[in-house]
Design a protein around this ligand. Structure first.
Ligand SMILES: [Zn+2]
Length: 326
């Protein structure tokens, strides 16, 4: 089945390719940068036949003899899954932020330790044992659509990378993932935003064993820094390109501000709640397991931000993590 190639030139020598995501009805946008000889790729979709075929056809279509660089915004499967197909010895060089590197092996290669760590994290945050088993095991399926690769370059942020004919600055934007990066061209006002700023969705910001310790503040800080660039065009990994970054950032910031206030209202003085109870109060019971886990992680990221701000008291023992108003 040869579906039509969803390849659009979004700037001189920069092509957006929209790839299907197996198990989901959404699409992920990856970007090809060509200088006539080489092609460089930003994100690579999942390791799945239809997606791989689309990238190969796009490279042929651009008359590219060689894929030179693969830069990955973060190691979630829809952005990084095919890394091991396109990058490695004799293939493209993989560029990735160094805080993403240690997440790869436990998440996709040797899962047992992380499955156990996640199970414990779910239990101490109030998830019933039966659901904790199912939820902690659910990540096994993801490793099937990911082929890992060793990075050739580990980024800190603030580097300039040649992508096709463009020089792009690495913008470290932690929150959605610890080493999430955007790429920015100041001369052209182009911001390749990955999952950091999406036009329709608020990206999941979660506190979990592989997150930064205060991911919501990290995320909000990154939003302000990207808005300050006042990019002409934002090219997101999901959804269509858009121009008014500051007003999208405003909307995302107020969404989180509202949620923080909502959580403070849910908490009752002198009564400790688990993250799971707060997530259930906020979002109600969910049938979809994956959504349940995202809700817990998102609730915990907000609780943690409130604790850091001193609005909430966080108490921990080996058996539980609990929250109450300050
Ligand atoms: Zn993501």
């Amino acid at each position: 089945m040869a579906t039509e190639l969803a390849l659009t030139e979004v700037a001189a020598g920069v092509f957006e390719l929209r790839l299907p995501i197996p198990f989901e009805d959404g699409l992920v946008n990856v970007f090809l940068f060509t200088d006539g000889k080489h092609t460089d790729l930003l994100d690579c979709g999942m390791n799945a036949d239809e997606s791989l075929a689309a990238i190969k056809r796009a490279l042929e279509h651009l008359g590219s003899r060689r894929l030179r660089r693969l830069v990955v915004t973060h190691i979630h499967p829809d952005h990084y899954g095919a890394a091991g197909i396109f990058a490695g010895p004799g293939l493209a060089d993989l560029y990735i932020h160094r805080l993403e590197v240690p997440l790869v092996h436990p998440r996709y290669v040797e899962l047992e330790h992380l499955v156990e760590e996640v199970r414990n994290y779910l239990l101490v945050n109030g998830v019933p044992a039966e659901e904790a088993d199912v939820l902690s095991n659910s990540q096994r399926a993801l490793s099937e659509v990911v082929k890992t690769a060793e990075p050739s370059v580990q980024l800190d942020g603030a580097e300039h990378i040649e992508m096709g004919r463009h020089s792009l600055r690495v913008e470290w934007t932690p929150g959605h993932s610890p080493g999430h990066i955007c790429l920015y061209s100041a001369t052209e006002g182009l911001l390749f935003a990955g999952d950091h700023i999406l036009p329709e969705l608020s990206p999941n910001i979660g506190l979990h064993p592989q997150s930064t310790p205060d991911p919501l503040h990290d995320y909000l800080d990154g939003l302000m820094r990207m808005a300050a660039h006042q990019p002409k065009v934002v090219l997101p990994a999901h959804g269509r390109p858009f121009s008014d970054a500051p007003s999208r950032v405003d909307a995302l910031v107020s969404h989180h501000q509202r949620r923080l206030d909502q959580i403070v209202e849910i908490l009752v003085r002198n009564e400790e709640k688990t993250g799971w109870q707060v997530a259930l109060d906020l979002w109600g019971p969910r049938d979809n397991l994956y959504e349940k886990r995202l809700a817990l992680q998102e609730g915990l990221a907000h609780l943690q931000a409130l604790a850091v701000e001193g609005r909430v008291i966080k108490s921990v023992t080996p058996a539980s993590v609990r929250w109450q108003p300050a």
